[in-house]
Each structure stands twice: as C-alpha cells, then as structure tokens.
Write a protein of this length. Structure first.
Length: 268
C-alpha cells in the first residue's frame, strides 16, 4: 500500500471510531454545583445515595434460573441523597456526607436490560438497555432523561442482584423543569452538555435482595416466566464527561499528519 493510501486508511479508521462513540471515555467531573428553587450547593465531589428500593422482574426458566439473553425490568427510587465535598481528583472524594440545600428523590422507571453472561461459581453479568430517569427536588425543580447503558454483576445466585450485586448506570438528562441547573467548577452551565450527551449522570450502587415473591408470568413478555423480588440499594453518583480516548486521538492525528505529508509530496 502506498504512503497516501496508508494515511487515508489511518485517518478513516480514526474518524470512524471517534464518530461511533467507541472513542469516548467517561471522566468524573470535579467540584460541580446543583441549583434548585431552594438555592445552590457548590463544590460537589459526589452524591451519596441511601435508602434505595426497587422492584425487579427477572426472566428465568421454569426452575427459576436465569440464562444468557434473559430479560429484566426494574423500577424504584432513592430517597436519601447527600453529598461529599470535592477534595481529590476523580471519584475518590472522602469525608463525612453533608446535606444538600434541598431534598432530592432520584427515580428510575421502565428500566430494561438483559443477562449477558453467567459467572463461574454463580451469579451473572447484565446490561441496561433502556429506562426513564428523574431527579425531583422538594420545593420545586426537576430533571429527567433516559438510561443509556452499562450494567453490573450478581455475585451469587442466579437472580439479578443475588445477595450481593453491583451495578453502574449511565443516564442522559434530556430536559429540566422549574429551576434545576448544573454547573461546572468554573460556573459554566452544564445543562446544554447534558442534552447533547457530553455530560452524563452516573450511579454506582450495591444491591441486596430484601424480599422474594416467587415465580409468575412476566408482565413485559407473554408466556415467559419471571422471578419477582425487592432490592435495597446504596452507593454513589457522579457527573461524568464524555471525552475522546487518547489512543483514538493519536490514531486520528497520525492519519492527518500522513495526509499532510502526502499533500506536500504531491505539490513538490
């Protein structure tokens, strides 16, 4: 392959990967601020999520075991949200939680996903594929959007969450009502970036089954068997920014350099 063809190929690969979204990495946003009708809380490192409850329908076989491709549906809320002040780069902020200026409820509904792999020793991996997401502030102000992906693992048993499961959920905030604004540590408004997907809301939780209601027909899939149960959740939440992966930027840059050199050779 000639030099020009190599350069064109490298540039095309870099541009394709970047455009596909595979070039994106999520970086935790430091020291952001939340504003509602009741005021503003600044220098947020992370949100602390407590008192989360959810109801889950997990598709299983007739014996109550999950399988690769099995679907699930979930809905629930987190009723206690505090924050830890920014004190280190990334997600490692430490210290006692502090109350926000307003009480928040974070709700998830119509959450859908599927089992992606069975884990050795029990449990399974799963992914989120859809769902609705809402942040509601007592006193006024809300934000809503869609769940766009990521998942987790059930550490034991063949039912989602098991006795000790974990999950990471990404949601895109698509709209706000009343006063619900997010700012970066320089005071820049993040709302437009949420709408385009540059910024996302990330929740990382540990989930424990608190009650099981047996097997019945799935409400979302006629003729399929589901296990119905309750889950308690607690964890952390962040705002993350989608940024290009350095490797892809390097690949794209190499292609552009190659194209420039090729053009100079043609002019010489």
């Amino acid at each position: 392959m000639k030099f020009k063809q190599i350069a064109l190929a490298i540039a095309a690969v870099g541009a394709t990967v970047a455009a596909s979204g595979a070039a994106q990495a999520a970086v935790v946003l430091d020291g952001w601020a939340l504003e509602t009708t009741n005021g503003i809380t600044s220098n947020i490192g992370r949100l602390n999520l407590v008192s989360g409850t959810a109801t889950v329908e997990q598709e299983t076989d007739a014996a109550g075991n999950v399988f690769v491709g099995a679907l699930f549906r979930e809905q629930g809320s987190i009723y206690s949200v505090t924050y830890t002040a920014e004190n280190t780069v990334g997600a490692g902020d430490t210290g006692a939680p502090s109350p926000l200026h307003a009480m928040l409820t974070i709700s998830f509904s119509n959450v859908g996903g599927q089992v992606t792999a069975l884990n050795s020793g029990g449990g399974f991996a799963y992914s989120f594929t859809s769902g609705d997401f809402t942040i509601q502030a007592v006193g006024g102000g809300s934000a809503s959007g869609s769940i766009i992906g990521i998942g987790g693992n059930a550490a034991s048993t063949a039912v989602i969450g098991g006795t000790n499961g974990d999950s990471t959920l990404l949601a895109q905030i698509l709209s706000t009502a009343g006063i619900m604004n997010f700012y970066d540590n320089g005071g820049g408004l993040l709302n437009p970036g949420f709408a385009t997907g540059e910024y996302l809301f990330e929740a990382v939780t540990n989930n424990n089954v608190t009650d099981s209601f047996g097997l019945s027909e799935c409400s979302f899939k006629a003729g399929a068997t589901c296990s119905l149960f309750s889950v308690a959740s607690a964890g952390d939440a962040y705002i993350v920014q989608q940024v290009p992966e350095p490797a892809v930027l390097g690949l794209l840059g190499l292609g552009l350099i190659g194209l420039g050199a090729s053009m100079r050779r043609r002019k010489a």
